[in-house]
Design a protein around this ligand. Structure first.
Ligand code: GLC
Length: 560
């Protein structure tokens, strides 16, 4: 428990920047590091403790930087090393830490290791990647790439296939090779030596593959490489030799993982990672587990997933709390109402997440409740996953074009990648050039300038959430229980420590509802510390209350 109180990141809030869409300082249509520097004061006003930057290294940008061709160079689209040093210095001056994204499950096929390995079995880098002979003239297994199609690509010259769990331009590294692990340590040390404060580890639970490379008769192959046989060993080694040496905070992105594995990844002894992202709560709008569908979200399932993880991680591990990132549609469009109740529902969603145990992440634009852009033609999309899936759904699955476009408008990663809406001038003030991805049309109404000026804005509400986390201990330390797991409309949970009880009540729908709190709660002794409707409506705590559409209330009871 003392550990929980000691480490800065347990009561911190982290802000994620997707540099390409954040702020363009030189009118080329893509954001850059100088753009980020120019907005540090804005982030300081928000009150965040650290910034997680998605990859800024040299990359052919097939997957917007998640395909790295040189880990030691800044992508010139974003600036140069001097700009990065300046960012680090300016952020640190403001008390903001910097967390970099480390992508080491795979490299770009433009990386010099891969270029040397391709077509050359004798290359010293050949064994940095995963090569297999064809089986009956076909790919060695039926594994499916996360971006569609088979996960193996043929190297014609040597007649062997290499594995790519993502795009064919992202070749998986062979972590069985100790030289690969040493290279990863060198990369991390290089950035830690510069003064970087932490690392987000991209799809880190996929690095250890089962070595028998079997066909998957039941699925897409993920069970053979997810949370694989040596992953904990690799992470412990990395922590001991680099992360812990530099006191770096670490957050691992865990794809299709389990609670038991995440308890180990983020165990409180600090031997692996500080915390983990899991995605189960963001699959509640997948029809039968399939992402590329349009389906309403399953509210009871959402609550039960949170319950499972909040209770399961308590005193065992640590979660990163998040609704949005660069791979997920905007949450207000997804679980809220991005029209009539945009402000109320965005605040409610924020409240219901930020009062949980873990470290909250705010993805750029979430703090002003940016929405999905509602693209209506395939030409508007840039993301390779989206364009691949469009092809597959139409050409292989024979779906109708309008239906596919409707699915993309709900599920595409580009929904969250649209440029930040800074003000009501052209392109939302993001660039004076042509933005690489179209700005959402609602920028005149929804933008940072407006949000700063309006004291009831979503922005100012996020500020309060960040502040409250620092002031109210039980948010960091308390246990979790769902007070109404079966309620079809209310998400009401309790956090408890020896000193405090906190009750977080949320109406997830656009109709008002009566709520009766359990009679054993000493709520008369409590006080409201937050709500998303004008304060007058909060009144004195009572067991019976009426909640407005998307209303949230947070009640704190001090034990004496
Ligand atoms: C992670 C990233 C995503 C990327 C993928 C492959 O899931 O968040 O954007 O495409 O890994 O690196």
């Amino acid at each position: 428990m003392n550990k929980v109180e000691r480490e800065w990141w347990r009561s911190a809030t982290i802000y994620q920047i997707y540099p390409k869409s954040f702020c363009d300082s030189s009118d080329k249509g893509t954001g850059d590091i100088n753009g980020i520097i120019s907005k540090l004061d804005y982030l300081k006003t928000l009150g965040i403790d650290a910034i997680w930057l998605t990859p800024i290294y040299l990359s052919p940008m097939i997957d917007n930087g998640y395909d790295i061709s040189d880990y030691y160079t800044i992508n010139p689209d974003f600036g140069c090393m001097g700009d990065f040093d300046l960012l680090l210095e300016n952020a640190h001056q403001r008390g903001i830490r910097i967390i970099l994204d480390i992508v080491v499950n795979h490299t770009s096929t433009e990386h010099h290791w891969f270029k040397s390995a391709l077509g050359n079995k004798e290359s010293e880098y050949r064994d940095y990647y995963i090569w297999k002979d064809p089986i009956n003239g076909q790919a060695p297994t039926n594994w499916v790439s996360k971006f569609g199609g088979n996960a193996w690509e043929l190297d014609k010259k040597t007649d062997q296939y290499y594995l790519h769990l993502f795009a064919k331009e992202q070749a998986d590294l062979n972590w069985e090779n100790p030289n690969v692990r040493d290279q990863v340590k060198n990369i991390i040390s290089f950035w830690a030596e510069k003064g970087v404060d932490g690392f987000r580890l991209d799809v880190i639970n996929l690095i250890s593959k089962q070595q028998d490379y079997l066909n998957d008769e039941q699925g897409d192959g993920r069970r053979f490489y997810t949370d694989g046989p040596r992953v904990h060993e690799y992470l412990r080694d990395l922590s001991e030799s680099v992360f812990n040496k530099y006191g770096a905070v670490t957050v691992g992105e865990m794809s299709s993982t389990t609670l038991q594995e995440c308890q180990k990844y983020s165990s409180l002894d600090g031997k692996e990672l500080s915390m983990v992202f899991n995605f189960h709560h963001l699959k509640v709008d997948y029809a039968k587990g399939e992402k590329w569908t349009n389906a309403p979200f399953d509210f009871l399932q959402l609550k039960s997933i949170f319950n499972h993880w909040q209770q399961g991680m308590f005193a065992k591990g640590w979660s990163a709390l998040f609704w949005c990132n660069h791979d997920q549609p905007r949450i207000v469009s997804r679980l809220g109402d991005d029209q009539q109740y945009r402000v109320e529902s965005a605040k409610m969603l924020a409240t219901s997440l930020h009062m949980m145990q873990g470290t909250p992440y705010i993805y750029q634009g979430e703090e002003i409740a940016m929405t999905n852009p509602g693209y209506s033609s395939i030409e508007q999309y840039r993301d390779l996953e989206s364009t691949n899936m469009y092809e597959i759904m139409i050409n292989k699955l024979g779906k109708n074009k309008q239906d596919v476009l409707a699915i993309l408008a709900q599920k595409s990663r580009d929904n969250s990648r649209t440029p930040i809406q800074w003000d009501n001038t052209e392109n939302g003030g993001f660039t004076k050039g042509v933005p690489w991805l179209g700005v959402a049309e609602n920028y005149k109404k929804i933008n940072v300038q407006q949000a700063l000026a309006d004291k009831n804005s979503v922005f100012h509400y996020y500020r309060k959430l960040i502040e409250i986390r620092k002031e109210v201990d039980v948010i960091t330390t308390g246990d979790y229980s769902d007070l109404m797991p079966e309620h079809p409309q209310l998400f009401c949970y309790q956090r408890r420590s020896e000193q405090q009880t906190l009750i977080c009540i949320n109406n997830y729908y656009g109709e008002s509802v009566e709520c009766e709190l359990p009679s054993n709660l000493q709520i008369q002794q409590g006080k409201y510390i937050l709500g998303n409707y004008p304060e007058l409506m909060l009144g004195k705590p009572q067991h019976l209350l009426k909640l407005e559409p998307y209303e949230s209330r947070v009640l704190l009871i001090e034990h004496h």
